[in-house]
Ligand binder design. Structure first.
Ligand code: UD1
Length: 340
């Protein structure tokens, strides 16, 4: 069974490819390397013993997408990661975000239809829930108006998929709403390595601990949470990769109860920024130099997942602890530091 993984050299994509190859899938990666490098392919090869087929191409380019499907007529499923993912950048460059995230999905759906590839797993985000009054959020929790163009693209993409499924072209989709992916593969060979300065908490925390950047800025300690810092549901990226495998397996088995299914993919536990720093220091034996800074515009105080649906329907749950996550993140940081 051949699966096309768009954005497969990226952070979540590469960890998912390892799970797919391990389960016996033939993997074809399409990635424009806008936020990753082709070296990841060697690392995937080293870890799994199999280097996936790779096309350096942009999913917004209809001809390029067509070429990939034409070259691999056995593609029956797509896991679509390729997208821009920075909340901040999306506020500065909304058109780039709408164009890239919407157009790439549309091109992929069009090609899937032409080539009778009927199974889609889509990367969505818990950002679609916005600031919900009660926690944890489940898949029925009403969505809030998006707080950033990035969040808006995820809501619109979910709608595009639901409408395409309803149109009856045979498409079946699994939409995964990720919480906060962190950590790195246990081998220390792949991890999060954005080409630009990272903006997410854990890569910044690792860099501050390694003395590679200034002190970590904790964005706010005056939220209505037990220690005043924001609470998130941090999930190990390899657990997240396994969730994609479970979603794909369910789509292919025909067991899905509706043609579009939506799942929260998190751990069900929330940790505050300050708790995360303390746990990181304890498990890795290093200090994280940090300051309390003002709140970051657009941040919500707290969110964590109700994961019961994924457990029940996908037979999946996160296995790795917060300690595993933070140890692997630090291992990856130290490997990166040796390499660069
Ligand atoms: C958000 C989305 C998430 C999406 C991600 C894409 C929500 C709830 N989550 O993650 O679904 O996939 O963007 O990038 O909308 N922090 C600091 N200092 C820093 C960086 C972060 O204190 O230097 C804090 C933030 O205030 C936040 C937490 O760390 O409370 C996590 O931040 P980050 O890693 O950027 O992820 P989210 O913004 O939660």
């Amino acid at each position: 069974m051949t699966v096309l993984v768009t954005g497969g050299t990226g952070y979540i994509g590469s960890h998912t490819c390892i799970e797919l190859i391990g389960a016996g899938y033939e993997v074809v990666i399409m990635d424009n390397l806008s936020n990753s490098t082709a070296q990841v392919l060697d690392a995937i090869g080293q870890i799994t013993g199999k280097r996936p087929a790779f096309w350096e191409a942009d999913c917004c380019d209809a001809q390029a997408v067509e070429s990939v499907f034409a070259a691999h007529p056995d593609i029956r499923a797509v896991i679509h990661f390729a997208a821009s993912k920075s909340v901040n950048e999306s506020q500065a460059k909304p058109l780039q975000y709408y164009r890239n995230n919407l157009l790439s999905l549309i091109r992929i759906l069009e090609a899937m239809q032409r080539h009778s590839a009927h199974c889609l797993v889509f990367s969505s985000s818990c950002t679609v829930y916005g600031e919900s009054a009660s926690q944890p959020v489940n898949e029925q929790t009403p969505l809030q108006p998006p707080t950033s163009p990035y969040g808006a693209t995820k809501q619109i993409c979910e709608q595009i998929i639901a409408d395409s499924v309803k149109a009856g072209s045979g498409l079946r989709a699994s939409i995964l709403r990720y919480f906060n992916p962190i950590g790195a593969h246990a081998s220390g060979l792949i991890g999060e390595s954005p080409l630009d300065t990272p903006q997410n908490l854990v890569p910044l925390l690792c860099r501050a601990a390694a003395g590679k950047s200034g002190r970590l800025q904790v964005f706010g300690n005056d939220y209505d949470t037990p220690d005043g810092s924001c609470i998130r549901d941090y999930i190990h990226v390899s657990d997240l990769g396994q969730a994609h495998l479970a979603a794909l397996t369910r789509l292919q088995s025909g067991k899905a109860e509706s043609a579009t299914e939506i799942f929260n993919i998190g751990t069900g536990k929330g940790f505050s920024v300050l708790e995360l720093i303390r746990t990181f220091e304890a498990v890795n034996g290093v200090k994280v130099p940090y300051d309390i800074a003002s709140r970051r515009p657009g941040d919500i105080a707290r969110i964590w997942a109700d994961t019961r649906l994924a457990q029940e329907k996908l037979g999946w749950k996160a296995h790795k602890s917060i300690e595993d996550c933070l140890q692997s993140a630090w291992l990856w940081q130290t490997h990166c530091t040796q390499k660069h």
